[in-house]
Design a protein around this ligand. Structure first.
Ligand code: GUN
Ligand code: ZN
Length: 441
């Protein structure tokens, strides 16, 4: 049957469909929150998921047969620094020294529109090549880096939340802004990008030490003036940093309380790390709906500490999953989940594959108020999906073959897999990454 230009695009992807439908908590490996339909067809019309079928749909559907492969919602990375792919894996420093030695000089380069444009395209293509289809991103203080990122994201149809980094003190001259200029830049960027395509603006004070109280107040003004905007920052990552914040804000009860007192904790607030929090802080997170973007790879690499996820969960605070590249050493959310498992293991807590997967898909979507759009294989959501080999290489293949139940299989995929497992990534149904055929399992 020939299709006219006006007819809907109908796509069907065959594979093992896996999603986690609700927070499984820290319970056992048997979970009623897991939906697994082995060897089904995922049906997509005009970029949206419309259903699933055990049998092949008719020839009016463009069929892609991935039988024997895994199909999941695309991953959501809730905290990652695009320009930091330029200095990922930099040796031997804790946070504050690492920022000064490696990070700030790398971010400086993105003042150049050409560097910013190439960097944004490279970064987003890399996310897609790791199976990440949506992200909450730090660019740099330069307006041009925000324009470049949003432009590249809109070209790819991606869900990206981002905004100009704010730093008006304790930063090198070449990265420092000021309250009035930054407010003008942010307002202009919000008008240009917020709500356009699948983009949303995040007011982005880097972290409390690099913003004056006046700049934090300005951030809150932006949030109030522009409904639906997000707030992203860092909190309580490193002990020296926490001490510094206590000195800079002597009247605040805690690091997190600095953000509260400036009106920055909302249900659209995404705070990376949250390692050095107390019970009151955790309660504050739960009360405000602000989420912690857990960055285990970064926390290990920079020697920052271990997230007490169980206490956050008990308090009712939301935790989502983040690579935090370049503090993190991989854009792969599979590797990130594997690191998260080990971080919990060090504290005697078991992180099931279900809880881990939930936090990087549907849980993240819900925490970002985007559950209607991403994070699941539910009809009505956009078809941001990833197709994976269950196993790549002899060891993983052997392990996969010997797995006795679904959790064992998914857990081995999570612990042993990475971007080499990714076969295809689609954004709103459009294939944006496909592994070259030369490289199979
Ligand atoms: N705190 C302030 N800036 C940064 C950053 O770029 N990376 C990390 N990991 N922590 C930060
Ligand atoms: Zn970060």
């Amino acid at each position: 049957m020939s299709r006219t230009a006006a007819s809907p695009t109908r796509l069907a992807l065959r594979g093992d469909l896996l999603e986690v439908t609700a927070d499984p908590g820290f319970g056992g490996v048997a979970s009623s929150k897991v939906r697994f339909d082995a060897d089904h067809w995922l049906l997509i019309e005009d970029g949206r998921i419309v259903g699933r079928s055990a049998t092949a749909p008719d020839a009016s559907w463009e069929r892609h047969d991935h039988a024997g492969r895994l199909i999941t919602p695309g991953f959501i990375d809730t905290h990652v620094h695009g320009p930091q792919i330029d200095m990922i894996a930099s040796y031997g420093a804790e946070l504050l020294e690492w920022l000064n030695t490696y990070t700030f000089p790398a971010e400086r380069r993105h003042a150049d529109p050409e560097v910013a444009a190439v960097g944004a395209a490279t970064f987003l293509d890399a996310l897609l090549a790791h199976g990440t289809t949506a992200a909450v991103v730090f660019p740099t203080v330069h307006k041009v880096s925000v324009d470049a990122l949003f432009e590249a994201a809109s070209q790819r149809g991606m869900r990206v939340i981002s905004g100009k980094v704010l730093m008006d003190r304790h930063a090198p001259d070449f990265l420092r802004d000021d309250v009035d200029g930054a407010e003008r830049d942010c307002t202009e960027l919000i008008h240009r990008w917020h709500g356009r395509a699948r983009l949303a603006y995040a007011v982005t004070p880097r972290f409390a030490p690099t913003s004056t109280p006046a700049q934090l107040d300005m951030s809150a003004r932006l949030l109030q003036a522009h409904p639906g905007t997000y707030l992203q920052s860092h909190v309580a990552e490193n002990r020296d940093e926490v001490q510094w914040v206590a000195e800079l804000f002597p009247r605040s009860r805690s690091y997190l309380d600095v953000y509260r007192s400036h009106g920055l904790l909302t249900e659209r607030t995404v705070l990376a790390h949250g390692l050095w929090l107390d019970d009151d802080d955790r309660e504050l997170l739960a009360d405000t709906g602000a989420q912690i973007a857990h960055s285990p790879s970064s926390n290990l690499f920079l020697g920052s500490g271990l997230l007490d996820w169980a206490k956050l969960q008990d308090a009712g605070a939301q935790v989502t999953m983040a690579s935090d590249v370049g503090g993190g050493t991989s854009l792969s959310m599979l590797r990130t989940l594997a690191e998260a498992y080990k971080v919990q293991a060090l504290q005697g807590v078991r992180l099931t594959a279900w809880k881990a997967l939930y936090s990087a898909t549907r849980g993240a979507a819900r925490a970002l108020h985007l559950g209607h759009e991403i994070g699941s294989l539910e009809p009505g959501t956009l078809a941001d999906v990833a197709v994976w080999d269950w196993a790549v290489g002899p060891v993983a293949t052997n392990r996969d073959r010997l797995a006795r139940d679904l959790h064992e299989r998914v857990f081995a995929w999570m612990m042993l897999g990475d971007e080499r497992n990714l076969v295809s990534a689609r954004v709103a149904g459009v294939e944006r990454y496909r592994r070259s055929e030369a490289r199979g399992p």
